[in-house]
Write a protein that binds this ligand. Structure first.
Ligand code: F3S
Length: 322
């Protein structure tokens, strides 16, 4: 059984940075809170809680101490509220999100009608909207352009994880309708890279394991895309969900990927378990004793050595002169 990790998997830059900042805050004096769960991964949130960093919903839930802003970012009113309360603020907003927020702010200041392309209910989109002084129009689909009465000049900003292809379609349609369109392509390609690598791998292997929070939109999307390419796709949060029944005959290659909010240690636990399964299944396949005559298939010949597959745990190597 061969286990292959997708080329791009796990924590993206912004999530890694946010978790590191939360861990640093955990090691400092005083109590720390994250405004909402730091990332959409219950295991990471649980570990931080064990270290004394608790998620809260509102600034008003914090009496004193440190408030950590997660990678999705927040609107300007939250910074003001925290300052009024005298809270120490650790700003873990992803730099890509910050760029989108500032673009919305500057476009709004310059008199542009701001359009945000993204999911209306996503916390990141809400934060970009608030930086546009609550003036932007949020759309997710090209058809929604039909309902807008346009100003003379329009500025477009994207949710960082929005599909580049879909965003371009909307921009093209907008250019046909409005003369002065300023496009801020605030898309981060971390999600796209993970999706491409996962789909490519799902195409090659017999089974695909996608690791990450069930509440994580990007992991769920990865699992959906892999399922389209490979019907033996399983979305798990932890190693405990691996089911022995998945490893029936015909499963010789297994691909592993993980969403941008899945930490390395969860991926390593799954990888380790897979390797154990490989040994277990291998033992189950054949009992070979010294002196047995077995049939095998030559896989390759390299440097005077012949590699032979006899259906055991690993290939046998025989000197070519034998
Ligand atoms: Fe930032 Fe991109 Fe990750 S926007 S949080 S680096 S997916």
């Amino acid at each position: 059984m061969e286990i292959i990790l997708a080329e791009n998997h796990g924590f993206c830059y912004g999530v890694k940075r946010a978790v590191e900042m939360a861990n640093e805050a955990a090691n400092s004096d005083g109590k720390s809170y994250t405004l909402g769960p730091i990332i959409h991964n219950p295991q990471v949130v649980g570990r931080l809680e064990d270290k004394g960093v608790s998620p809260v919903q509102e600034v008003s839930d914090i009496a004193e101490g440190t408030m950590i802003i997660r990678s999705h970012g927040v609107g300007p009113a939250i910074y003001e509220e925290a300052e009024e309360k005298g809270l120490h603020v650790v700003d873990a907003t992803c730099p890509h999100v910050k760029k989108a927020q500032m673009a919305a702010y500057e476009l709004s200041e310059a008199g542009y009608q701001v359009i945000i392309v993204g999911e209306k209910s996503h916390p990141e989109v809400k934060s970009i909207f608030e930086w546009s002084k609550n003036r932007a129009i949020i759309i997710e689909h090209e058809a929604e352009l039909n309902d807008i009465v346009f100003f003379n000049k329009v500025g477009v900003v994207a949710q960082t994880t929005f599909s580049g292809e879909e965003f371009q379609k909307i921009v093209n349609s907008l250019i046909e309708r409005v003369e002065n369109v300023k496009v801020e392509r605030t898309i981060c390609n971390a999600t796209e890279k993970r999706q491409e690598a996962a789909m490519e791998l799902a195409n090659q292997v017999d089974m695909m394991i996608v690791i990450g929070g069930k509440n994580s939109a990007n992991t769920t999307r990865l699992a959906e895309l892999c399922l389209k390419k490979n019907k033996h796709t399983y979305h798990i949060e932890t190693v405990n969900e691996i089911n022995d029944n998945w490893f029936n005959k015909g499963i010789n290659t297994i691909g592993i990927t993980a969403g941008a909010s899945t930490p390395d240690w969860l991926i390593e636990e799954v990888y380790h378990k897979m390797n154990q399964m490989e040994n277990f299944l291998g033992d189950d396949l054949k009992e070979i004793q010294q002196g047995d005559i077995v049939q095998g298939k030559i896989i390759s010949i390299y440097n005077n050595e012949v590699f032979v597959d006899i259906g055991y745990k690993s290939e046998g190597i025989i000197p070519i002169n034998e």
